[in-house]
Design a protein around this ligand. Structure first.
Ligand SMILES: *Cc1c(COP(=O)(O)O)cnc(C)c1O
Length: 471
């Protein structure tokens, strides 16, 4: 493709993107295709000769688009969001054009220094103490893995990095029963062994019970295990339960245990001063992760990872082969030492564009709107005779179910599952479910960048309209 052709197509694609986003509500939110449908529409062999872009783009529209789920639709209420926004898309265009690999300061000083600056902005805005330093990772899964490996090296005084686990006691990791699967994955990858992940029981609101945490730690100590790290969740994936950080932190501090906080989705609420209570006890935190790529309108991937003592993180991950030795070593941040991959995308740019384009007040307004729409929906659920809340309302997430009179629990689960599928098959909205103490619950997350009250109203109308017809 020549440069002239590139320019022409770039203009055409920008037009297409603008139209797509403008008309996104006309697409079925959830892709309405069968397994294998897209695969079999694609040729078995790659082309030998160059194909023209017109044909490629045409196939994108004909074959690929029908198999896409539209995460940027304001009728998307499933999972947690993976939002973008116009300034973020523009930044991604520039990031792609520059194509810089930002592993160390020398490979693009602006990328490193912009990352330092925007991460300090974020740290101060969400209210973490100023001794925290930040790094952008690809995902919360990676941030948590980096934190757990650092906690491992701290407790073993860097012996595990050298010798593996030989001669070490069993290191124990604690998290609530509601914790995200990425914690268990990190425990496995870091070599602790899934059997050393202690799932602590929760209270009625599904937050970690600190008394049970204390008991679990005491019991482990008596058995000769070595408590290493507690993972507290601010906003669990199922119901956005908030673990009590202060009580957990006090226990960690008493036993010299690393405290990692997973606030992947809900961390964005810390932009709002009225939600600073979410991290009450922040003085106990050793590492903290939240994803601007979820609720802060920044394209996937962009995970903000903060550590109290960056020196420990660096000591854990540092490597210095000859070809990476530079004259600026020690004077600048080489972010390749702050995590797992060597190569790094220029993610700071999209965060910078988003924060500047909305302004903090603009971001806050959106987040507050989402929270208020969730609260509106929860009120509708509560006042409806045939629906009930199945978990306390938390931030932007409403868990509820259809509950007509005279139906047993088993039938209620079946009917709600059917309702969920039927709603999604309409293509009008997309919602997913969670199970709470074996209660099948519909779960609506109201957090898409462009969601309005009218989208939530439309969804509620559809749900209440369809539910009575389910057999
Ligand atoms: C989404 C989520 C994760 C995983 O995030 P990734 O960035 O996809 O790895 C981890 N923890 C919680 C609480 C989440 O909501």
């Amino acid at each position: 493709m020549t440069n002239n052709e590139f320019k022409q197509w770039a203009h055409e694609l920008v037009e297409w993107i603008g139209d797509y986003l403008e008309n996104i509500e006309q697409y079925p939110v959830k892709a309405q295709v069968e397994p294998g449908e897209i695969y079999s529409a694609l040729p078995g062999m790659p082309p030998l000769e160059a194909e023209n872009f017109k044909q490629i783009f045409n196939d994108f529209q004909q074959i690929i688009m029908p198999g896409m789920t539209h995460w940027q639709s304001p009728d998307f209420f499933a999972y947690f969001p993976a939002n973008n926004s116009n300034p973020s898309i523009l930044a991604e265009m520039l990031i792609a054009a520059l194509g810089a690999q930002c592993m160390i300061w020398e490979t693009s000083p602006a990328a490193t220094e912009l990352e330092e600056r925007v991460m300090n902005w974020l740290r101060d805005t969400i209210g973490l103490p100023d001794y925290f330093e930040g790094v952008i990772q690809d995902t919360a899964s990676t941030s948590t893995l980096a934190a757990l490996v650092t906690a491992r090296e701290r407790i073993s005084d860097y012996r595990t990095n050298e010798n593996g686990f030989r001669g070490e006691p069993a290191y124990r990791i604690y998290a609530s029963s509601q914790t995200h699967s990425s914690i268990e994955k990190a425990v496995k990858i870091a070599g602790f062994g899934a059997g050393n992940l202690v799932k602590v029981g929760v209270k009625d609101d599904l937050s970690m019970d600190p008394d049970r945490l204390a008991v679990a730690i005491e019991r482990d100590l008596a058995k000769g295990y070595m408590p290493c790290c507690v993972v507290a969740t601010i906003g669990t994936t199922g119901t956005v339960a908030i673990d009590p950080l202060k009580a957990i932190g006090e226990i960690c501090s008493r036993h010299n245990i690393w405290l990692h906080v997973d606030a992947a989705m809900a961390g964005t609420a810390l932009l709002l001063p009225e939600y600073s209570w979410l991290i009450e006890g922040k003085e106990y935190i050793d590492s903290f992760v939240f994803n601007p790529h979820k609720w802060m309108f920044t394209n996937f991937d962009c995970s903000a990872c903060f550590v109290k003592d960056a020196g420990r993180l660096i000591k854990t991950f540092e490597i210095l082969p000859e070809y990476l030795k530079t004259r600026t070593r020690g004077k600048v941040n080489d972010y390749r030492d702050w995590g797992i991959p060597l190569g790094r995308r220029f993610r700071a740019l999209k965060l910078w564009f988003v924060i500047r384009s909305y302004g903090l007040e603009g971001l806050r307004e959106k987040v507050r709107d989402h929270i208020s729409y969730a609260s509106w929906l929860a009120d509708r659920v509560r006042e409806h005779a045939d629906f009930e809340m199945t978990a306390p309302l938390s931030l932007n997430t409403v868990c509820f179910r259809y509950k007509p009179a005279g139906m047993d629990e088993k039938s209620l689960n079946i009917i709600n599952e059917k309702l969920n599928h039927k709603l999604n098959d309409t293509g009008a909205i997309y919602i997913t479910h969670t199970r709470i103490n074996d209660i099948y619950s519909l779960r609506m997350v109201i957090a898409q960048t462009n969601v309005k009250r009218t989208n939530v109203e439309k969804a509620w109308e559809l749900i209440t309209g369809m539910a009575p017809a389910i057999q």
